[in-house]
Design a protein around this ligand. Sequence first.
Ligand code: PNS
Length: 166
Amino acid sequence: MIRAMYPGSFDPITNGHIYIAERAAAIFDDLTVGVLNNSQKKYTFSKEERETMTREALSHLPNVRVKHFEGLLVDFMRAEKCRVIIRGLRALSDFEYEFQLALMNRQLAPEIETFFIVTEARYSYLSSRAVKEVFHFGGAIHDMVPPGVFRRLRERFPPLPGLRQA
Ligand code: PNS
């Protein structure tokens, strides 16, 4: 049984993240989605909100569990008995950061392997940051995020006066 870990900030989860989780869940026996809470970082959504939205969005995948974590990813992975890190790649520009992350994690925990899953072209421009910005300025994002995220974004950021939110 090979347990994998898909870590991230998921602030919030997008359809691009869901695609990567679905592909990883089809290959590995068990997938833990680790929602990072870094106390040094400011998030749009709290760790509970990010964990809940992520769990809702992946509830159709029976072998997926969602948990939040703090501290080093490799420590969380050892506690969860996970051997493989899953990361999504959208473009070459992701690679440099991902390469550094993978090598750092290997230095810290040589028994852990990083696997990359390439996204689908229709998600290659998607990021949590871009989704929030487009939403903020009234752009249509309902086909970029799951319904629960769309609803919470609307609750959190009501339309600006004079701006019609799509
Ligand atoms: O969604 P993100 O923000 O690109 O995910 C980044 C994440 C969570 C994978 C990375 O920041 C992480 O693993 N942080 C935990 C701290 C850690 O282990 N750092 C060592 C590697 S630099």
